[in-house]
Ligand binder design. Sequence first.
Ligand SMILES: [Zn+2]
Ligand SMILES: [Zn+2]
Length: 116
Amino acid sequence: MEPDPKAGIQPGRSQSDVVCAKCHHLNPAAQRTCEQCGSRLYITCRNCGRRNQRVASRCAECGERLHRTAWRRWLSALGARRGKVTLLQVVTAILAAYVVYRIIVMLAEYSPPPPE
Ligand SMILES: [Zn+2]
Ligand SMILES: [Zn+2]
């Protein structure tokens, strides 16, 4: 038993129903959002702009990955490209952590003068 990459999509009736990626409710193709949970049923490919079903993991047109993992999203938020972290980014992160550490130490050491 191999896991089916197109789980939920039946080849014979591709245009008729759209499976919700979240709750697996079967929606009519005209629906843009799930009737049951309200989540979006389609996702647009970042590479070619083709509209794909959200349950698909890759674009039917160009094969681009449609869903990014949280790790990738976090990296791109840091400005990293293609999942690679440059040395400069590592140094910047360490420096930032050090500065935050210094501030915390400073605040911890600071004690207000006792009231008279
Ligand atoms: Zn749903
Ligand atoms: Zn595409």
